[in-house]
Design a protein around this ligand. Structure first.
Ligand SMILES: Cc1cc2nc3c(=O)[nH]c(=O)nc-3n(C[C@H](O)[C@H](O)[C@H](O)COP(=O)(O)OP(=O)(O)OC[C@H]3O[C@@H](n4cnc5c(N)ncnc54)[C@H](O)[C@@H]3O)c2cc1C
Length: 559
């Protein structure tokens, strides 16, 4: 069903479960409920995966540093979920060698137990011994699964041999494995589409917001037309992330579940730094005790992140002070590589929807997740508090089990080993991949390099997209020859694009990787407009809207 069909169907039919919020936790719950045959509607007031879920550091990780807060359950779960993501979505989530440069040997040895006992608020530099103990635990959680190799501890000489630009003041470097989520926004949409593919009982709408509640009715607003309409769900899942308390207020409930912290990142185009880190993320403690990262993203580098308590989830932007902080932190690890503000091609920022707490140090607030239950008259309202991108599946499973218990139904499928989108039947090795490219080329007649380009972007969905592209007249984009007009048309038709910025920021990596130019933005508006039936005026308005968002939220100014 397309957007209009879904909106029309809601005039005569109200779903059993209404999910408010299309971040990864709402989407994960949507997919799981869809698999159980539950009649469910998800509404997202902006685009899917445009809130906290679009601000992540792109790590599928257990969170080694949470061990020192004593959060063993959380870390064990997240490490297992990291492995599942690598296995279920191999086209987007890949094993990520992660290196910790270590400047001290014994430091932190006494702090860690104090922190564990809650007696120490301020972070103190972790030395080699504390890090080694943490890594032994980390490996132990998934020993025997073989998804990623165990950690390696290098002495100074070996580390400098591997990373020649590394600060010679280091004492050791430890390398362990986590996962990298290349494009969280694409992954989220693929999870959502998998949910919808389960049947017409599962529907999702972006640009529809929760607008109010009155007795048994909940009112929703179509943000495109401004029209409101009412539904009578049996249960509401509030998955509004940092906006959970606001969404509850809209329902007439007074809650204080969230105490968020802001985090920003910048993406830099610095070939020297990109080559210095190789395939590795550098994850380390900055001078002030904050854990920060330098992360490979295609041919660019992400540097982040901050962790600043905020009262309100909006507006958050990467500030010039944060940029300065990020530029400085690179110097700590790679002292002779200069990063400048001119090299920043993209900035992004968001609020972690953490549980409200009195903790003074933001780094110590738990990243664990739980469900809070309220009632709107007879209707239960489940608020999904906390969590990490990495553990969305486990969180969604927990919520789904609770919803099923309320509805008096039993689970009929689980998501643990369920492939996601283009991760289905994924050819893992080089030879099998070449066979896959040949098969797509044979089925579609696409020229030799195109199947590989599609495979790199969409995994095994390259077959479906290739077939779509081949079924009509197609042409490469003038300003981006590795993309075609029918590829854009496919995304518009099948991936719920409403605005041009949905394509630039979330269905593709063009904005994140600093690949946009004004002529390309205009050409993409033209290609989208042809499918979405946009007038000349509407196309121009979409270009202006996209340029405004890029400039305001991401510091990207296209001449
Ligand atoms: C800076 C930063 C770095 C992070 N790094 C990592 C990392 O590397 N790895 C990791 O595992 N996790 C990471 N996280 C955590 C992770 O991103 C979040 O925990 C997760 O994305 C939260 O998802 P969510 O669905 O709960 O919230 P969100 O993604 O914020 O989704 C909530 C949605 O609700 C919508 N909404 C709000 N109000 C309404 C309404 N009235 N009607 C309809 N819709 C509404 C919003 O538009 C939003 O899209 C990071 C988070 C941040 C902020």
């Amino acid at each position: 069903m397309n957007r209009q069909d879904i909106l029309t169907s809601l005039k005569t039919h109200s779903p059993d479960v209404l999910i408010v919020g299309g971040g990864i936790n709402g989407i994960g719950t949507f997919r799981d409920l869809a698999l159980q045959g539950v009649d469910v509607l998800l509404v997202e007031r902006a685009d899917f995966c445009s809130g906290a879920s679009a601000a992540s550091s792109h790590m599928a990780h257990g969170g080694i540093r949470y061990l020192e807060n004593g959060e063993f359950r959380l870390v064990r779960e997240a490490v297992q979920e990291r492995n599942r993501l690598i296995e279920n979505a191999p086209h987007i989530v890949r094993p990520l060698p992660t290196t910790i440069p270590i400047f001290k040997v014994f430091s932190g040895l006494f702090n860690a137990p104090l922190k564990f006992l809650g007696l120490l608020e301020r972070p103190a530099e972790r030395g080699a011994l504390v890090i080694k103990i943490g890594l032994l635990f980390y490996d132990a959680f998934t020993r025997g699964q073989g998804t990623v190799p165990p950690h390696v501890f290098d002495n100074r000489a070996a580390a400098l041999e591997k990373f020649r630009r590394l600060n010679p003041a280091i004492k050791y470097a430890a390398t362990y494995y986590d996962g990298s989520i290349f494009s969280p926004e694409r992954l989220a949409v693929e999870v959502l589409l998998d949910g919808e593919a389960e049947g017409p009982h599962a529907r999702a709408l972006n640009y529809v917001s929760l607008a109010g509640a009155d007795g048994k009715q909940v009112s929703l607003k179509d943000e495109v037309t401004g029209r409101t309409f009412a539904l009578t769900p049996r249960l509401i899942v509030n998955a509004a992330g940092p906006w959970i308390d606001q969404a509850n207020r809209t329902l007439g409930l007074s809650t204080h579940f969230i105490g968020g912290t802001k985090g920003s990142h910048m993406v830099v185009d610095n070939p020297e730094l990109r080559s210095a880190i190789g395939r590795n993320e550098f994850f380390f403690e900055n001078k002030d005790g904050r854990i920060v990262l330098i992360f490979p993203l295609g041919d660019k580098v992400i540097v982040g992140t901050s962790d600043i308590p905020v009262e309100e989830p909006e507006p958050v932007r990467c500030t010039p002070e944060e940029e300065g902080y990020f530029i400085d932190l690179v110097r700590r690890v790679f002292p002779d590589i200069k990063v400048t503000r001119e090299q920043i091609v993209f900035r992004f920022s968001g609020v972690r929807p953490l549980a409200y707490t009195q903790a003074r140090n933001a780094g110590q607030i738990t990243r664990d997740h739980h469900v809070q239950e309220d009632r709107l008259g007879e209707i239960p309202v489940y608020s999904l508090v906390g969590g990490k991108w990495t553990s969305f599946r486990a969180f969604s499973e927990q919520v789904t089990d609770r919803v099923l218990a309320f509805l008096g139904r039993s689970r009929r499928a689980n998501t643990r080993a369920l492939p996601i989108g283009g991760g289905r039947e994924y050819p893992g090795t080089g030879y099998v991949q070449i066979q896959f490219f040949n098969r797509v080329a044979g089925e579609t007649g696409l020229q030799s390099t195109r199947p590989k380009v599609l495979f790199d972007r969409y995994g095994t969905r390259a077959r479906e997209i290739g077939a779509y592209m081949a079924s009509g007249e197609d042409a490469a984009l003038k300003n981006r020859p590795d993309m075609t007009r029918r590829e854009v048309a496919f995304l518009a038709e099948k991936e719920k694009i409403v605005h041009l910025d949905d394509l630039l920021l979330r269905r593709s990596m063009l904005a994140y990787l600093g690949q946009l130019t004004r002529p390309l933005v205009e050409e993409l508006a033209e290609a989208l407009g042809a499918v979405l039936d946009w007038s000349t005026q509407k196309k121009q308005a979409e270009v202006e809207r996209a340029l405004g968002i890029l400039a305001d939220r991401h510091g990207v100014r296209l001449a």
